[in-house]
Design a protein around this ligand. Structure first.
Ligand code: ZN
Length: 319
């Protein structure tokens, strides 16, 4: 097992001097520090650092040139992060504050996907920007790290052309960006369980792309949530494995399903989040499928600890 992490993942909130978004801007380093307290020197042995941020050439595998140009406009970024103040800042500063940490996180997803194939399980302590589209930013997601990582594996020959990919999105929000990135790529199979009453509910095309659609009612708690997962996920994986090999699973493990989350609208307990992660990775390991796990959303102050609890338990169970 590998844990992919860089101190460059955190968004440098100190540029604004206050909390500007319902997002724990330091959840990545806080999760890593908590893991250090629990795992001690073992954490260093498990950690792989992305060597650099993702480059423009790699972004262009998925994104359009015009879109990357648009990201240089502070007003565009301000709308995407829903922080009007950002529109008043110079472009170099918005790049440093918002985009650069996500380019490091995107490289982390590329590294985690490669490490998953060589070691079995890898967790990127960032990434999972599942609302980013080839030509659009939404929901605090700018770079389509999942599609970029898949493109990288195919280019490197680490995934064969015929290999299938199982994408499991358990963030509270529907992964509409991933649906759009893979709209015409039938080698990626989508399992998506999400709160049907919240953003991006309007995106019908994205929902129609899902192979195993598990809509959840707002306020859904442990019993219903875990019951649906146990009912639906094994059959989904069996159906994807029919025909061709599953070369990789990408697990988008958003912690915004937690009851204390301001945006997710679900009511899963901390124990429920841990049980979910152990169940999903357990199902994938039982089938011998290489697994890359990404953090995705999670906006409460408890998120970093939920992440650390899951990763610690995964290390104990699968390393
Ligand atoms: Zn989310």
């Amino acid at each position: 097992m590998r844990i992919v992490y860089s101190p460059k993942y955190d968004l440098p909130a100190h540029y604004l001097g206050r909390r500007v978004h319902p997002f724990d801007l330091r959840k990545y380093s806080r999760a890593y520090r908590q893991l250090g307290a629990w795992l001690g020197p073992r954490l260093g042995e498990l950690t792989v650092a992305p060597p650099r941020e993702i480059g423009r050439e790699e972004l262009l595998w998925v994104h359009t040139e015009a879109y990357l140009e648009m990201l240089r406009t502070p007003a565009f970024l301000a709308a995407a992060v829903e922080v009007p103040l950002v529109a008043k800042l110079p472009a170099w500063l918005t790049d440093r504050m918002v985009l650069r940490p996500m380019r490091w996180g995107t490289m982390g997803t590329v590294v985690a996907a490669r490490e998953a194939i060589s070691t079995g399980v890898a967790v990127n302590l960032s990434g999972g920007y599942h609302h980013a589209k080839p030509a659009g930013a939404e929901g605090f997601c700018f770079y389509a790290d999942i599609a970029i990582a898949v493109a990288d594996l195919r280019r490197e020959g680490l995934l064969a052309e015929s290999d299938r990919i199982a994408y499991i999105d358990l963030d509270a929000h529907q992964g509409n960006g991933v649906s759009h990135c893979f709209m015409v790529d039938s080698r990626l199979f989508l399992f998506d369980a999400y709160n049907v009453g919240i953003y991006p509910a309007y995106d019908r095309a994205a929902r129609e792309r899902i192979d195993c659609d598990v809509p959840l009612a707002g306020g859904c708690g442990d019993d219903t949530y875990l019951g649906l997962l146990r009912d639906r996920l094994p059959g989904f994986l069996d159906s994807v494995a029919r025909g061709e090999r599953i070369g990789l699973a990408i697990y988008n493990a958003g912690t915004d399903i937690f009851a204390g989350d301001a945006l997710g609208g679900l009511a899963v307990s901390a124990e429920g989040v841990l049980a979910r992660d152990l169940f999903v990775v357990g199902q994938l390991r039982e089938r011998g499928i290489a697994t890359a796990m990404l953090l995705s959303g999670g906006y409460s102050d408890a998120s970093y600890r939920l992440v650390a609890e899951s990763v610690k338990s995964l290390v104990e169970a699968f390393d």
